[in-house]
Design a protein around this ligand. Structure first.
Ligand code: ATP
Ligand code: MG
Length: 260
């Protein structure tokens, strides 16, 4: 008797799409506490593209990112990473997909204090039992300017350097897509600009796909496109953004008035 292995059902995804949502809705709570955090959001994240997600506080940016990254489950609609429809995965398969295919950068750097910079960078690979690709690792470490700091522990590094470790950690496993939730939110403008520069370089030089939530029009100016959320819906999109154009659009969206 032949045994057919149970592999995730591959579905159609357009070539060149790193991740996508289709009619994605997320509802929290019920009755009086019911909140529609996402309302039928359909968006493609193209390979090798840097997307910024903007919108007022509470409009669903983090929820969109968490659902797209498989950290939270949709109430309805679908999420695909590459050709994999996340709803077809069991918990262990989902954990593996997040580990192998997705990189994360958070506002709080989330480094382990007892590990050196290098150990933090390679931790996801260590956990996965994968050997780092040394050439790739060297390239990533050089790109974020950490070659001289690899033996330092997080407490011995500045905030900007710690976030660069987090960027290198996200890149180390060569994920299909990197999600950053306000990755420069805790940095001063200079350290923030460095981290944003590295994210942009990872897209331009390494072909990485990056999705970043930000409140900052200057940060959004580093992206290839900006999508705007309001009340859990996608309301606008801009390609080749500049901080001034982003600011103008934010003002015009504000004046169309919405509460989240
Ligand atoms: N676990 C949860 N339980 C209940 N409601 C939630 C939960 N997480 C988020 N929400 C609600 O969903 C909505 C969207 O939240 P989300 O965190 O996605 O907003 P955001 O755009 O990231 O905001 P911010 O810019 O302040 O980070 C908000 O109204 C929030 O209160
Ligand atoms: Mg948020």
């Amino acid at each position: 008797m032949s045994v057919v292995p149970s592999t995730p059902r591959a579905q159609h995804t357009a070539p060149g799409i790193a991740a996508a949502t289709l009619d994605l809705s997320k509802v929290y709570g019920s009755g009086d506490t019911r909140v529609v955090a996402l309302d039928r959001v359909s968006i493609d994240f193209r390979e090798g593209e840097f997307t910024a997600i903007m919108g007022p506080s509470g409009c669903g940016k983090s929820t969109l990112m968490h659902c797209a990254a498989g950290l939270d489950s949709p109430s309805s609609g679908s999420v695909r990473v590459g050709t994999t429809e996340l709803s077809t995965l069991g918990d262990r398969q989902l954990t593996r997909l997040r580990r192998d295919r997705i990189g994360f950068i958070f506002q709080a750097f989330n480094l382990l204090p007892t590990l050196t910079a290098l150990e933090n960078i390679t931790l996801p690979l260590t956990i996965a039992g994968r050997r780092p690709d040394q050439r790739w690792l060297d390239r990533v470490v050089a790109m974020v300017g950490l070659s001289e700091r690899l033996g330092h522990r997080p407490a011995q590094l500045s905030g900007g350097q710690q976030q660069r470790v987090a960027v290198a950690r996200a890149l180390a496993a060569q994920p299909a897509i990197i999600f950053g939730d306000e990755p420069t939110g805790n940095l001063d403008s200079r350290a923030g600009a460095e981290v944003l520069g590295f994210l942009r370089d990872s897209v331009r030089e390494l072909g990485q796909t990056v999705v970043m939530v930000t409140h900052d029009p200057v940060a959004a100016g580093y992206a290839d496109r900006v999508v705007f959320l309001s009340d859990g819906r996608l309301v606008d999109e801009m390609t080749a953004p500049t901080p001034d154009r982003v600011l103008d659009l934010m003002k015009s969206l504000d004046s169309r008035s919405h509460t989240c």
